[in-house]
Design a protein around this ligand. Structure first.
Ligand code: SF4
Ligand code: SF4
Length: 134
C-alpha cells in the first residue's frame, strides 16, 4: 500500500517509509505517533514567516518530529532530520485548542518540521479549532 501523504508515495507494505512516521495496519495507512508533539507553545506572529498577518498577535506553535525532506539548511535538524532523543508530549486536539485559548492565541501554526509527516493529527487539530464556540 502506498502512502498518500506526500509525493514520495512510499510503498509501506515493503517497509519503505522515508519519513518513518506511517505504517500499514489492517489495510490502512496510519500514523505511528499520533498526537505526539515536540512543541506546543506561544510565538509572536512576527517570529513566523508570514507577512503582515494580524500584527502584534500570538499564535500557538505546534510541531512534531521527523521530516520527508533533508534540507541542508534545516534549522531544526535535531528534531526534523536526526530525532534520536526527542522529547514529546501527547496532546489531543481539544487540549491543544484549550491551551491556545488560555494563552490568548488567535490561531494555531504548525512549524518545526514538515506537516505532511503528522498530517492526520494536524488536520484533527484544525477541525477542532474551527468548531464554533459552544
Ligand atoms: S509522508 Fe512519509 S511515508 Fe508518506 S509518502 Fe511521504 S515520506 Fe513517504
Ligand atoms: S523541517 Fe523544513 S527545513 Fe528541515 S528538513 Fe524538513 S522541510 Fe527541510
Amino acid at each position: 500500500m502506498r502512502c498518500p501523504y506526500c509525493e514520495f508515495r512510499c510503498e509501506l507494505s515493503t517497509g519503505s517509509c522515508r519519513c518513518q512516521m506511517y505504517e500499514e495496519k489492517d489495510g490502512q495507512v496510519v500514523e505511528k505517533y499520533a498526537f505526539q508533539w515536540t512543541r506546543c507553545d506561544v510565538v509572536d506572529v512576527e517570529q513566523i514567516p508570514f507577512f503582515h498577518v494580524h500584527p502584534d498577535s500570538r499564535f500557538l506553535q505546534l510541531g512534531g518530529f521527523n521530516c520527508n525532506a533533508r534540507c541542508a539548511y534545516c534549522i531544526n535538524a535535531n528534531v526534523a532530520i536526526r530525532p534520536k532523543e526527542v522529547f514529546t508530549n501527547r496532546l489531543l486536539p481539544a487540549q491543544i485548542v484549550d491551551r491556545a485559548l488560555d494563552l490568548g492565541c488567535i490561531g494555531i501554526h504548525f512549524g518545526i518540521n514538515e506537516v505532511t509527516v503528522n498530517l492526520p493529527s494536524a488536520l484533527a487539530v484544525a477541525r477542532e479549532a474551527r468548531k464554533p464556540p459552544p
